[in-house]
Design a protein around this ligand. Sequence first.
Ligand SMILES: NC(=O)c1ccc[n+]([C@@H]2O[C@H](COP(=O)([O-])OP(=O)(O)OC[C@H]3O[C@@H](n4cnc5c(N)ncnc54)[C@H](O)[C@@H]3O)[C@@H](O)[C@H]2O)c1
Length: 334
Amino acid sequence: MRLGLIGLGRIGAFHARTLSELDTVDSLVVTDAMAARTERVASELNAEPAESAEKLLAAGVDGVLIAAATDTHPELLAAAVDAGLPVFCEKPIAADIADAVDLARRLAGRDHRVQIGYPRRFDAGYAAARAAVAAGELGWLHTVRATTLDPAPPPADYLRVSGGIFRDCSVHDFDAIRWVTGREVVEVYAAGGNRGDELFASVNDVDTAAVTLTLDDGTLALVSNSRYNPRGYDVRLELHGSRDSIAVGLDDGLPLRSVEPGVSFPHGRPHHFFMDRLAAAFRAELAAFTELVAGERESPCTVADALAASWIAEAATRSRAEHRPVRMEEVVNT
Ligand SMILES: NC(=O)c1ccc[n+]([C@@H]2O[C@H](COP(=O)([O-])OP(=O)(O)OC[C@H]3O[C@@H](n4cnc5c(N)ncnc54)[C@H](O)[C@@H]3O)[C@@H](O)[C@H]2O)c1
């Protein structure tokens, strides 16, 4: 099949390489707002450069992937759906909730071939955790702990359009918690910390976040995020139930140093960034998109799923600003 890819920054260039390695992808058309990036990726991967997103959409592609900056997602996604194409779009669907809701309304009834990029749904550990919960192996859940710690802050230009830590980073944990537990969030209580670069405060963001979620069955979920974890990229999920406790991400690449005498775990090279920690998940995620394009599967992560995670991020953003727990029904308007 012939696919188009819009946006060739950190994740886009990575996706381009992954796509070029998939057997099912015969040709790839790429574009970025920065022409030099388009030329570089096209020549490195023997892909076809397009001058603009509009030209790419008209280049006879079977499906399109959007990995451009977050604030471009609504317009590009809507344009691709208007062109009648299956679309993969990186998370989040928009930088703010008004745009996310507006987009969901614009796509209503036409979004069955849209997949939003939440790669943990394709990680073997997260999938095993979901299966264990569904099979009742843990009994009833009382506590979930979700962690995403980045090794270093993203570039300033990225931060400015990212929507803030809850919408940009915590959303991965929010989506994973919904997906693994099968439960919905009813209340959110969030706090933020800013002990790093003053840029975060200047764009009304925080470099570190802690969020307590109450799920609709009474389970408590704790989400921990930071942009400052130089030991590595720490992505984990712990689930504790009345019968058993399990962990995702507890492998030898865990970027944590035990100070217990005689303990050598974890003893591998720490996961460095999302590209190595989640490489297999990204590959599986993009392979799933080719199956969606081929009409062989339904979307594994819908616009409605992405909107649900965005609403939780919205509640967290409000909770931090107002220093109080926020009920989901206070913020959600559908
Ligand atoms: N799923 C994940 O784990 C994951 C990881 C990283 C990033 N992301 C998401 O991917 C997106 C991109 O992130 P990134 O880290 O690659 O950012 P980045 O800043 O490195 O790259 C963004 C690219 O988009 C290009 N761009 C901007 N507007 C464009 C337009 N209208 N048309 C074409 N290209 C345009 C820029 O020139 C740039 O090259 C963000 O929405 C981010 O949230 C997801």
